[in-house]
Design a protein around this ligand. Structure first.
Ligand code: ADP
Ligand code: MG
Length: 458
């Protein structure tokens, strides 16, 4: 009977799905109008019910008549000795039949899963500098690390732009737990890798191993879930794994490059679960935090860099922490290659190329040059103390464009104009706006300058 059912089903669903979900099924018995089939796991059963219940019903009705029923018998998952469990035997047989590489079960994939810890030991809470930008995320992460699965922060969702420390933070959680309790099974995995593993398991007919593996972890850290966008099947499998882990009180930690509500292309039911626990964002670090991060970094490397150089870098590179570290590393590399000490001169030279990129269009230096030429004042005057009217105006206009055309913060702009503070910059922006409203000649100048600066970006 079951054989006939299979043939019926086979014609109605894709070959891939058929071999994944139907070949592993064992027909147990028929009693009266009840057919009992054995499936390898609870998950397997849920999946069948969710996706194939109609075709199953049809098949059975056709073979056994209306009013017949299907019952499932689930093989108890045996986590320790997978070798002996019927589940993996079944998979073995399948793999052999498919004539895969002679090893029977495609073990490469499972070995890959097993050997994985993926935790980088240098990512710890100790090396994670705290600032206003990351305080909430850090303390939530720390609470989770101390009591995984127990706090209400489950799942813990950390989001924020690139290079702001998401991976560092969630790996710190993993490393912390690993140190406290070596018996806990902790998995850190990037969503891209998770997706590829799932696809491999489909290809190799061992979705079951994939699922059991992830269902068996105590702490699952899934990095960059935005990668699951539009990957329907992977989202579905993750949804099931998520539910299982959450129900069994296991900790789930995730990161994303945007807030859950902006995760377009992810199933609503998944996103709504992300919000069950705690969501915390990482923001761009302030100047002081950037200073602390650089100091920590060079201290780790046992290198001396003069304070003014550190300040200069912290002021100039205000995009993200990865960029900041990149600049420090490349500065150190330059100094050691050229066998010179690190000083402000060298820092400026090294940053010149990088900062241009960061500014993406025009840099402060270029703005100052263009504006001072236009107003016939010296470029250095913009940074000097002088309050002569035409210089003040040129300075304010240059600040105005620096704000508009670069990524520099107000603080950083002030710094580039002779170390003025950010309230001076705010004041400058206001006066430029006011003058544009009231003085048409001035407005014309600003427009002309705008054209000049735009030419550079064209
Ligand atoms: P993301 O995953 O958000 O893109 P990462 O976690 O990879 O960012 O961080 C980029 C780099 O910046 C890493 O080298 C990391 O160690 C460092 N970093 C990020 N945040 C901090 C912090 N608060 N303190 C120290 N280093 C940090
Ligand atoms: Mg990351």
């Amino acid at each position: 009977i079951w054989k006939n059912c299979l043939e019926f089903i086979k014609e109605r669903i894709p070959q891939q799905s058929f071999s994944t979900w139907f070949e592993p099924i064992n027909p147990l018995k028929t009693e009266g109008n009840v057919l009992t089939i054995q499936v390898p796991s609870q998950f397997f059963y849920e999946w069948l019910e969710e996706h194939y219940v109609h075709v199953l019903k049809e098949a059975i009705a056709k073979e056994m008549g209306d009013g017949s029923r299907l019952e499932y018998s689930v093989v108890v998952e045996n986590e320790k000795s997978t070798k002996k469990s019927p589940t993996s035997l079944k998979i073995n047989n399948l793999a052999d039949r498919n004539g895969s590489n002679g090893k029977g079960l495609n073990t490469a994939f499972i070995d890959d899963l097993k050997s994985e810890n993926n935790l980088n030991p240098t990512y710890t809470f100790d090396s994670f500098i705290e600032g206003d930008c990351n305080r909430l995320g850090r303390s939530a992460g720390y609470a989770v690390a101390k009591k995984p699965g127990v706090t209400s922060f489950n799942p813990l969702m950390i989001y924020g732009g690139v290079g702001l420390g998401k991976t560092h933070l969630v790996q710190s959680i993993g490393n912390f737990i690993r140190k406290e309790d070596t018996s806990k099974k902790i998995i850190y995995v990037a969503s891209e890798k998770f997706t590829n593993q799932f696809i491999d398991s489909l290809k190799n007919n061992n979705v079951q191993s994939f699922i059991s593996y992830y269902r068996g972890v105590d702490i699952l850290i899934l990095d960059d879930v935005q990668f699951l966008r539009d990957k329907e099947k992977t989202q579905e499998i993750f949804f099931h794994i998520f539910n299982h882990l959450h129900q069994s009180g296991k900790q789930i930690v995730m990161t994303s490059d945007c807030a859950p509500k902006d995760l377009k292309g992810l199933q609503e039911r998944l996103v709504s679960r992300f919000k069950w626990g705690l969501t915390a964002d990482l923001q761009q670090p302030a100047f002081e935090t950037r200073m602390a991060i650089i100091q920590r970094k060079i201290q780790e490397d046992g290198i001396h860099i003069p304070e003014e150089v550190i300040e200069y870098i912290a002021y100039t590179v205000d995009t993200n922490i990865r960029e900041l570290e990149g600049v420090v590393v490349s500065l150190i590399a330059h100094a050691s290659l050229m066998q010179v000490d690190i000083d402000l001169e060298l820092a400026k030279r090294v940053l010149k190329n990088i900062v241009k990129e960061i500014d993406s269009e025009v840099g402060i230096d270029y703005i100052q040059k263009t504006v001072s030429e236009y107003f016939h004042v010296g470029q250095d005057d913009l940074k000097a103390k002088t309050r002569k009217k035409e210089i003040v105006i040129a300075r304010q206009v240059a600040m105005y464009f620096s704000k508009d055309y670069t990524n520099h913060s107000l603080k950083s702009i002030g710094y580039h104009f002779g170390g003025r503070d950010h309230s001076t910059v705010i004041h400058a922006l206001q006066s430029v706006n006011d003058m544009m409203d009231t003085d048409s000649k001035f407005r014309y100048s600003v427009d002309e300058l705008k054209k000049k600066l735009k030419m550079r970006t064209a």
